[in-house]
Design a protein around this ligand. Structure first.
Ligand code: CP
Ligand code: NVA
Length: 304
């Protein structure tokens, strides 16, 4: 594994290797066992969009691993004034050991990887959010012990989270059901990947998708960058909500997860959110552990 650009690039073995290392790093973190595997390494973190979890978990994770994180707001970089990503990649490769980037176009992330000579981590694009989904898989495995026979259901926008959950969920062996409005379906590249899996299903009925689910997930109706569509989307997504009716269709012990930030009363009710706050905040914590594993794999590939 040279980069983390999207879940489509990872093999099942690579996903399990990251999750296993994340478990080990989580144990070491919780027990104050030093694990300074990235001593002397530097991570540049480029943000073209806002962030709470991604920024803080990468920055803290790099510190705990003995390395140095640099926060690089795109507004302050020349990239924000139009310096080509190809040049930025070649310059930053001379100073840093790894780059994490959060931006709009997936192509920008792929270009960084093509033109730079250091590992690139996708910290969210409009297309996907692989760091989040690795943390989600870590959390599901913690609660359910393994993925065998599980049904994961995603309700809402066919956005970056949906795209990554479909690929990640299917690759680790879960069944995946998706409920999206017709005009807001996941990316075609993802649907092409998923069509070969008999455990994949897509509908526009949230109730049907949630039937016998073991894990329920949702995400905001309007992602970052879609602020002008908020009112239109509130209408389009009416009914695409995790609520008591959806919970009644799922298995009684179903987990509920949300990448956060959440809009209570839109994609999830306050009641369901608070009833499943343990899972949701364990999921948020696991960003730290999963990303530490990704950084170690990329910057120190012999580490198990
Ligand atoms: N889930 C997630 O990526 O959160 P942030 O936008 O706060 O980083
Ligand atoms: N789909 C959301 C995820 C935020 C972590 C967005 O892109 O804004």
């Amino acid at each position: 594994m040279k980069h983390l650009l999207k879940m489509l690039d990872l093999s099942q073995q690579e996903i399990f290797d990251i999750l296993n290392l994340a478990d080990k790093l989580k144990y070491q973190t919780k027990h104050n066992i030093p694990h300074r595997m990235l001593e002397g390494k530097t991570l540049g973190m480029i943000f073209q969009k806002a962030s709470t979890r991604t920024r803080v978990s990468f920055e803290t994770g790099m510190y705990q691993l003995g390395g140095y994180p640099l926060f690089l707001s795109a507004n302050d970089l020349q990239i924000g004034r139009g310096e080509p990503v190809q040049d930025t990649a070649r310059v930053l490769s001379r100073y840093l050991d790894c780059i994490m980037i959060r931006t709009f176009a997936q192509k920008e992330v792929e270009d960084l990887a093509e033109y730079g000579s250091i590992p690139i981590i996708n910290g969210l694009t409009d297309f996907c959010h692989p760091c989040q989904v690795l943390a989600d898989l870590l959390t599901i495995r913690e609660y359910k012990a393994n993925f065998d026979g599980l049904k994961m259901c995603y309700i809402g926008d066919g956005n970056n989270m949906a795209n990554s959950l479909i690929v990640g969920g299917l690759k680790v062996g879960m069944d995946v059901s998706i409920a999206c409005p017709d005009d807001y379906q996941p990316d075609k590249q993802v649907l092409d990947f998923a069509k070969d899996y008999k455990g994949f299903s897509m509908t526009n009925s949230p109730l049907e998708a949630a039937q016998d689910a073991d894990v329920l997930l949702t995400d905001v109706w309007s992602s970052m960058g879609m602020e002008s569509e908020i009112e239109k989307r509130k209408i389009a997504f009416n009914g695409y909500q995790i609520n008591d009716e959806i919970m009644a269709a799922a298995h009684a012990d179903a987990m509920v997860m949300h990448c956060l930030p959440a809009h209570r009363g839109e994609e999830i009710t306050e009641k369901v959110f608070e009833a499943h706050a343990n899972e949701i905040f364990d999921e948020a914590e696991n960003r730290l552990h999963a990303q530490k594993a990704v950084m170690v794999k990329l910057m120190c590939p012999d580490e198990k």
